[in-house]
Write a protein that binds this ligand. Sequence first.
Ligand code: PLP
Length: 475
Amino acid sequence: MTSLSASGSSAPSGPSTPSTNFATDQVHAGLTAGEAQNPAVVPIYQTVAYEFASFQSAKNIFSLREVGNLYSRTGNPTQTALERRVAALEDGVAALAVSSGQAATAVALLTLAKAGEHIVAARQLYGGTVDLLADTFADFGIDVTFVDQDDLEAWRAAARPETRAYFAESIGNPINSVLAVQDIADIAHSAGVPLIIDNTIATPYLQRPKDFGADFVVHSATKFLGGHGNSLAGIIVDLGTFDFGAEPERWPQFTAPYPRVSDVTLWNAFGRERSAFLVYAKTKLVHDLGPSLSPFNSFEIIQGIETLDLRVQRQTASALAVAEFLGSHPAVTAVHYAGLEGNRWFAAGQKYLPKGTGSVFSLDLAGGEEAAERFIDSLQVFRLVANIGDARSLVIHPPTMTHSHLSEEQLVEAGFSHGTVRLSIGLEDPADLIADLGRSLDLLTFESLADSADTDSAGTDSADTDSAQSYATHA
Ligand SMILES: *Cc1c(COP(=O)(O)O)cnc(C)c1O
């Protein structure tokens, strides 16, 4: 009989394998492994493993001599489509998708540095990255020096013979800091090591770090790439720029024989163009530690990426409009948005992010935590959610939530106060966002005036007195 596949063909679908017994049919009937289909959209390959064409082909795939699907912990065709798409958007040679942004950062850095070695990182990093570098990497015996990302001298002075990577974010959170990527790349290269950029908040639409000398990019694809707040994912991109062969003794993981596969040296077999870096990351770290991305989440991120530029354009334009509005409101003491003239990173923004500085930024309220609480609880369109890069507009209070582990000194160093509120601008009509913020700010101004009037007349209510004092201190 003809072999009909179980696809949605207009011909009726009959059994595709010669009739066997029930228990055999229930696991084999209806599938011809490897048969080509013609879907218009990347399918979800919900399979753990793959049927090899032959004994010899399986042997070749296991020994890295032939490219092919093996087992979904290290790769899946839906994930491969995502990797190719992000590699193209970042102008890289290859990418590796993993289960979260945290996994992407961890795997990228562990590919470069091991116990006894050293990393230089910006102090202004995502909280989870600070925990990973300062705490878990310390447990692993990897030392990290944190520097103020604007202090080029500090970046330069931090290099040591055992340094293996420089790491920073192109746009920081919560205060929309803009990294001088080119300067840091130059410093990393004079130290003989690559620069890894976390490009989560910028996305390749607003900046391709490769244009400014970076060597690797990581993303929390959970945020803008996915864009709808429904799936965790992370991705590492090899931009194909760093030459591990220039100082082979410094990078034995790539330039010495790979103990896992006899007769293979990754740098000779894969080099820059086929990313020895990611072959190691995948066949050692993802294989051993297991932070694999599911086919379903790969599919969700691919769907998100198909509208990336439209979303980021809208979100960035709305963010600028919201930031301008906030700057004109009397209840707001500062707006931390690099797209505003007068911001300390305005010039850097023009150079590194000419299409805009993204849509995650902060404002400061005069009344500290108490004002932030009243402000956030009265918002109706913005949702109190610990996430960014969603289709919805989100709000959070970093000092008591996302950055609550920071000491008082670290808060000041990070450039924010107890009245700092972070916004992530979504896809709603910007007029509704401005109206929502305006309503809550007006309420705050009104309540503060009422509070201080009470305090003036009675002078006995200690809670009100405290709030008036904190208002005065921060104003
Ligand atoms: C969220 C985030 C991460 C971590 O990503 P997950 O997907 O949550 O693991 C890393 N870097 C930045 C800048 C982030 O915003």
